[in-house]
Design a binder for this molecule. Structure first.
Ligand SMILES: NC(=O)c1ccc[n+]([C@@H]2O[C@H](COP(=O)([O-])OP(=O)(O)OC[C@H]3O[C@@H](n4cnc5c(N)ncnc54)[C@H](OP(=O)(O)O)[C@@H]3O)[C@@H](O)[C@H]2O)c1
Length: 229
């Protein structure tokens, strides 16, 4: 399988890269010019295409011939970074390719997610501060996902909980809606978020789903482990 990782030099991207190599996938990585050195340890095993991930020409070249695309959606700057990245992937990935996008729990597909008061306050505060300082554009990640949800490509949007570093605990568990009891612990190891993204490439059951994930060893996951999802 040939896989393109859009945003390969970030923390999530590097974990995805390692998981893909562990699967013996052929990998093309897109990352900003100034971040190429972060991928030094992979350089003999990966084709790197330097550039911003919302540069349509960069994405067009990178996804050519790929069976799957793993795209990290990030809302940096006031430059439509997330929606530009998502749109380019949707437009240029080969027909039939599996497209897996990352985002956070604040994205809702059908409005049926139930958020705690703390979570809503946090998102509102971060969004307000970010708009004020013009360094993050949370609304653009929402717009990116709106476009993905209305696309007829073979997409999956993986919604990550709060993240932590650490050894893998295995494939996270997931549920359709934030607020479902199994997700209550709201914590996933970043390495396992990446694992879920990579496993989604070959899981047809996740096509047109927006799974909200949580670490499989967290208390809420263990408590609800026997219940089928
Ligand atoms: N952090 C969390 O707690 C959290 C929680 C839930 C979900 N998520 C989701 O997880 C995914 C990865 O998040 P992460 O926090 O782990 O970050 P990350 O993997 O470290 O990714 C950050 C990405 O943003 C790029 N980037 C950084 N500064 C930039 C700038 N000024 N302009 C353009 N690109 C820039 C980085 O590229 P360079 O390598 O070039 O800097 C990298 O590709 C995202 O989709 C996020 O929504 C995160």
């Amino acid at each position: 399988m040939k896989v393109c990782i859009v945003g390969a030099s970030g923390k999530l991207g590097q974990y995805m890269l390692q998981h893909c190599l562990d699967h013996n996938y052929e990998v093309v990585g897109v990352c900003r010019e100034q971040s190429i050195a972060k991928l030094d340890r992979f350089k003999d095993r990966v084709t790197i295409i330097p550039g911003k991930t919302n540069d349509r020409e960069v994405i067009r070249r990178a996804v050519e011939g790929c069976d799957g695309v793993l795209a990290v959606l990030v809302p940096w700057g006031v430059q439509k970074y997330s929606s530009g990245t998502a749109q380019a992937v949707l437009d240029y990935a080969p027909p039939g390719a599996r497209l897996i996008f990352s985002c956070g729990w604040h994205i809702t597909r059908d409005g049926r997610d139930v958020y705690s008061r703390l979570f809503k306050t946090l998102v509102a505060t971060v969004g307000w501060l970010a708009r004020l300082l013009r360094f993050v554009e949370l609304d653009d990640q929402v717009e990116a996902c709106r476009r993905i949800f209305s696309s007829d490509t073979r997409w999956t949007v993986v919604r990550g909980s709060d993240l932590e570093e650490g050894e893998s605990q295995g494939l996270p568990v997931w549920s359709h809606h934030v607020g479902d009891p199994i997700l209550k612990s709201n914590l996933t190891r970043r390495i396992d978020f990446a694992l879920f993204m990579v496993e989604a490439l070959t899981n047809e059951g996740l096509i047109h789903e927006a799974p909200a994930i949580v670490g499989r060893q967290t208390p809420s996951a263990l408590e609800h482990a026997s219940q089928p999802l």
